[in-house]
Design a protein around this ligand. Structure first.
Ligand code: HEM
Length: 518
């Protein structure tokens, strides 16, 4: 969200005068389009660049939350002529994004990431329309509430493996959480079992995700502000970004196609483990899937990794961080598990209805630090009016989910991690999940699946271990601070922990879970 002033990257330099002229024309046009409208209030704009200079680089949700005091629940900012509407209240977000979802379900258009690298082939970034709908249906069906129990045992096994490894090698906290979540996702999407961090099917998809962050980093590519540049001849100085786009496009296509092809060709050999998303639809088609349907499945499936990895990882790490900072919460959770489940077995995901305090910890994890603090931006497809304000067609809509979940009037002492604020009531917890997983027709299709993975990690860790702070070189305990990476998806900054087995029987229970290779 820190568009503008740093926008001319080293990758997209072109003759300055020409680009400036094009930019000015576009800005003039864009500004004249919104003139005469009664836009929501917002910080004072400068000519042409609008509010670009005020957009915070790191954690814009904090600034937007602060702006709420001055401008209120619905704020307009102009970034180089592009209108952005920030929603600071859950009520307004729901009224627009849920109730008016027929016009608020588009995505902003990315020129570099979308038109050039084609990251908008998967439905998560597809414009609202038939293609989006067809892909989404396949994924949403496979991860619907009724379908996710098929994956419980996998999620439980991987949670146990995670805990076993972290007991021995706590320094692997971040990479191990990532690996275990990646294993789960690859297995349920393609039937493929990642063997190690160096697995080429994994490394290529991680490379594609890294490039995606760079490609969508606000201001990284001038072509996003001057779309005509995408037609630049390749011999012209400053066209280097076209070469980058081509390279990243290849990595992205490889990351999507190779594993899909593996799944397709290993259905009959039995190596592609069932059930899995692609395998299921391919098997149902019995070799007669049309090219078009195959393409829909290919791109739809590719969203699972992109949508599920960093988000789940962020929440799992937030949980560990919270347990270090709130040992009393940890102790209560362990007491609940001991009294409901006992010590003769590990809790399972199916035990969730009987463990309200663990459910509250999960809800509080989402609330305390939502993985996507500003959700994923929507765009509006036609002019609209709300509360007397004009919302122009094409505006980017940014729900400030972090701000909504840290509103002291709704959540007193919002920076405290306090699972008791829900009184064990699912009706209160759902108010959190109904924001954290997004809105309207775009709501996250992986919500039940994500909850399974996180519940398994939380319950297995608490049942078997005490979660203790890491030690510095002098043997002193080091507590983490609430500090998060910048970006659309945010993750805790590195911290350390130790997992101490609660008893020999908890070690034995973990040891009883078969090794993760199936
Ligand atoms: C803690 C875990 C997760 C969180 C917090 C989360 C959050 C979100 C959010 C905020 C959105 C944007 C919704 C909107 O546009 O309003 C989203 C979309 C999406 N999520 Fe998740 N997600 C999580 C896990 C997953 C998982 C496990 C999957 C795998 C199936 C997944 C797949 C997707 C997809 C494909 C979209 C795009 C939906 C669309 O554009 O139609 N997510 N998620």
């Amino acid at each position: 969200m820190s568009y503008a002033l740093d926008m001319v990257s080293h990758t997209s330099v072109m003759p300055a005068a020409a680009s400036l002229a094009v930019l000015l024309c576009i800005l003039y046009y864009a500004v004249s389009m919104v003139q005469g409208k009664r836009l929501p209030p917002g910080p004072r704009r400068l000519p042409l660049i609008g509010n670009a200079h005020q957009m915070p680089k790191g954690h814009p949700w904090l600034k937007f939350t602060e702006w709420k005091k001055t401008y209120g629940n619905i704020i307009h900012v102009d970034i180089l002529g592009k209108p952005h509407i920030i929603l600071n209240s859950a009520r307004v977000a729901k009224e627009l994004l849920d109730k008016r979802s027929s016009i608020y379900s588009d995505r902003p258009h990315f020129v570099f990431a979308g038109d050039l690298v084609h990251y908008d082939e998967p439905f998560a970034l597809q414009p609202y329309g038939d293609n989006w709908r067809r892909q989404r249906r396949l994924v949403a069906q496979d991860f619907s509430l009724g379908m996710t129990p098929r994956y419980y045992s996998l999620q439980e096994k991987e949670a146990a493996s995670l805990v076993r490894t972290l007991m021995q090698r706590p320094e692997r906290l971040f990479p191990e959480v990532k690996l275990r979540i990646a294993i789960i996702i690859m297995r349920v999407t393609y039937g493929y079992y990642i063997q190690s961090e160096d697995d080429p099917y994994l490394t290529v998809v991680l490379a594609a995700m890294t490039n995606f962050s760079k490609a969508t980093a606000p201001g990284a590519f001038l072509v996003d502000f001057v779309p005509a540049l995408k037609h630049m001849p390749r011999w012209m100085p400053g066209s280097g970004f076209l070469k980058i786009a081509e390279e990243w496009n290849k990595i992205f296509f490889d990351s999507t196609m190779n594993i899909f092809d593996w799944c397709k060709s290993n259905l009959d050999t039995g190596k592609s483990l069932m059930p899995n998303l692609c395998g299921r639809y391919l098997q149902d088609a019995n070799g007669k899937m049309s090219k078009e349907d195959e393409k829909t499945l290919l791109w739809g499936a590719s969203c699972v990794f992109g949508g599920g990895l960093d988000t789940n990882m962020s929440s799992a790490l937030t949980f560990y961080m919270a347990m270090l900072l709130y040992p009393e919460v940890q102790a209560k959770a362990q007491a609940e598990i001991d009294s409901v489940i006992g010590k003769d077995r590990l809790p399972t995901i199916a035990d969730k209805p009987d463990l309200p305090y663990i459910r509250s910890i999960l809800a509080e994890t989402y609330r305390w630090s939502p993985a996507a603090p500003l959700g994923i931006p929507h765009a509006v497809t036609q002019d609209d009016v709300y509360d007397g304000y004009d919302i122009p067609k094409g505006a980017t809509i940014l729900p400030n989910v972090w701000g909504m979940l840290h509103d002291p009037e709704v959540y007193p002492r919002p920076m405290e991690f306090d699972p008791e604020r829900y009184n064990g009531l699912d009706s209160e917890m759902v108010k959190v999940t109904s924001l954290v997983f997004g809105f309207g027709r775009r709501v996250c299709p992986g919500i039940y699946f994500a909850e399974g993975t996180l519940f398994a990690i939380i319950a297995t860790t608490l049942a078997t271990c005490d979660i203790l702070p890491g030690l510095d070189e002098h043997g002193n305990e080091v507590l983490p601070t609430y500090s998060y990476t910048p970006g659309t998806l945010t993750t805790p900054e590195p911290f350390t922990l130790r997992l101490k087995p609660r008893s020999s029987s908890s070690l034995a229970l973990l040891a009883d879970i078969p090794p993760t290779i199936e």
